[in-house]
Design a protein around this ligand. Structure first.
Ligand code: SIN
Length: 299
């Protein structure tokens, strides 16, 4: 049996102790992790010491792995792992330094978005007092839906949202700090990902719960609405969905394996550390078992 610790009053986030992935996770233990994950949307397994193979194998128990589309950021020898890092080695960034800087759900721009992502903390930046920096914030899209008034629930029901990889890349080109090579790869990927339409109110494929499905910079329009009204509505909805009462803030420790649900949660990485204060994370991205999107790209 695993030991559980619920986090404060946040509507999502749960800590499970007693799971040692490197030593092996029984089917019974895994079922408990997966059930807890479906219930809480974000789960952290502390004190892990895992190799890339163990990270990938454990991730695959949730579903098939997705490959990240920017080759420069894949872990050499382990393309299932996308490296999130500000470390530069031999003049070359080992990972993406500016991943997750707006509230988003991973890969919301494909027709069957992924079930979850598993981010493993290898190096965590710290301040002078030794406190961790570079937290990740999670907003419960499920709690945000539940808290809508009956009138708002009626208003949002049936709304369709355009999600656009291409628009987001254009926006990122203006300020992104990623390498020129990665920018070129991103531009090439634009053709691979035509805009997709998702319902604003998305029913969770496993739990059946209703969630609000919007990502900043990627969800670009409410279909059929005038652009100004649509922009204003998206901005206001995102501000609502990320109000403090719906948010869990994860403070990283080395060895954390953080698993988030890409339907019941959106997330945001906080860039509050200097370029020479190293952060190194490994991410796998996992599809639903029946997904048709396998072999595409994560963001
Ligand atoms: C991501 O959005 O995948 C990155 C999150 C983080 O680095 O905290």
């Amino acid at each position: 049996m695993n030991k559980h610790i619920a986090f404060s009053s946040a509507p999502l986030g749960h800590q499970i102790l007693g799971v040692d992935i490197a030593a092996g996770v029984s089917d019974e233990q895994f079922k408990e992790v997966a059930d807890t994950f479906d219930k809480y949307g974000v789960v952290v397994l502390r004190n892990q010491k895992i190799t890339p193979e163990q990270h990938i194998d454990f991730s695959r128990r949730f579903g098939p792995t997705e490959l990240y589309g920017i080759a420069s950021y894949l872990l050499p020898g382990h393309p299932e792992i996308f490296v999130v890092s500000n470390i530069v080695e031999n003049g070359k960034p080992i990972g993406m330094a500016d991943a997750g800087r707006t509230w988003h759900s991973d890969m919301c721009y494909v027709t069957s978005p992924p079930r979850c992502s598993l981010l493993y903390g290898l190096e965590v930046p710290r301040d002078d007092a030794g406190e961790p920096l570079g937290d990740t914030l999670f907003g419960s899209t499920q709690a945000a839906y539940d808290a809508l008034s009956p009138e708002m629930k009626q208003k949002v029901e049936g709304l369709k949202v355009r999600n656009s990889y291409a628009t987001n890349v254009e926006r990122k080109q203006k300020f992104s700090t990623v390498s020129e090579k990665a920018q070129v790869e991103r531009l090439k990927n634009q053709a691979k990902f035509p805009d997709v339409i998702h319902s604003l109110v998305r029913q969770h494929p496993i739990t059946g719960r209703k969630c609000l499905y919007l990502s900043e910079g990627l969800s670009v329009a409410i279909e059929g609405w005038p652009p100004e009204e649509s922009d204003k509505f998206i901005t206001e909805m995102l501000a609502y969905m990320t109000r403090p009462e719906f948010v869990y803030r994860h403070r990283w420790c080395e060895g954390d394996l953080l698993i988030w649900d890409n339907c019941s949660a959106i997330h945001l990485a906080i860039p509050d550390f200097a370029a020479d204060n190293h952060r190194r994370m490994h991410r796998t991205t996992i599809l639903y078992e029946d997904s048709v999107e396998q072999g595409q790209l994560a963001a």
